[in-house]
Write a protein that binds this ligand. Structure first.
Ligand code: DHB
Ligand code: MG
Length: 250
């Protein structure tokens, strides 16, 4: 009999190390994130104050987790990104992680639709000493992106999409316009606790992520994958897309 087929009273007997997924999964995911952070993430006053100031100002606690922030930072460094575009600044927590990955002369443009969030972000970015590297643009991304494009910036090396979820497919199309073959486009919150594949779920944010995957499936200019994640923010995931020269996919 498989473990899953056993009654609760028998399941897992003699195996104490890894209980089956259940109601305490979230606590465990959070505790593991804390374990990782305590060992691999140096304590950092600018990042910690950014989270505190965001909470004090009443921003929703939906910034990337510390291990995720460090992943973004490492991906940008691995890639050698010199220019980064972020959609959805919130309080600037991921902005700080990403901007710190830039080499001297690098720059980051971040767009935030909500002026009250942007005010908190600007202070957090300034406090982190990144005010000269980061350009914070305030307004809906679908208004800011055409304005940004009209300024004909050099292609961005990395784009992080983490704004309103229903508009993600449009943001991705804009990201393609503003990048070059070799650029990377990372998108947050693409799994939504598995609702992505739940036909009963008609949440427009989830539908946005379905349309995003259909767009990726049909797009010859990218090679992409989606990774499911668990952690202090629950069960979700992100997509990493490499912009390719076109025609071929792999
Ligand atoms: C939400 C938004 C996010 O970007 C995130 O990472 C988690 C949750 C939200 O709007 O609920
Ligand atoms: Mg997010």
């Amino acid at each position: 009999m498989s473990e899953a087929a056993k009654p609760d009273s028998e399941r897992g007997s003699g195996r104490r190390s890894a209980p089956p997924v259940g109601h305490d999964s979230q606590q465990r995911w959070t505790a593991v994130d804390e374990y990782v952070a305590a060992r691999l993430l140096a304590s950092d006053s600018a990042l910690e104050s950014a989270l505190r100031a965001s909470a004090d100002a009443g921003l929703p606690a939906i910034a990337v987790s510390p291990p995720q922030g460090k992943l973004l930072h490492l991906l940008a460094r691995l890639h050698g990104s010199r220019t980064i575009l972020e959609l959805g600044t919130l309080g600037g927590y991921s902005t700080i992680w990403l901007a710190r990955a830039l080499p001297p002369g690098g720059r980051l443009v971040t767009i935030e639709a909500e002026p009250s969030y942007a005010r908190v972000a600007a202070e957090n970015i300034e406090r982190a000493g990144l005010g000269d590297i980061v350009e914070l643009r305030v307004g809906p991304a679908l208004e800011q992106l055409p304005e940004l494009a009209a300024q004909e910036p050099p292609p961005f090396d990395l784009v992080f999409i983490d704004a309103d979820k229903q508009t993600t497919p449009d943001y991705f199309s804009w990201a393609l316009e503003l990048t070059r073959p070799g650029s990377v486009i990372i998108t947050d919150n693409v799994i939504r606790a598995g609702a992505l594949i739940d036909p009963e779920c008609e949440d427009p944010r989830v539908e946005g992520m379905r349309r995003f995957h259909e767009l990726l499936a049909a797009e010859p200019r990218v090679s992409a994958t989606t990774i499911q994640t668990v952690g202090s923010k629950g069960y979700d995931g992100f997509t990493v897309a490499l912009v390719t020269p076109g025609a071929h996919r792999s």
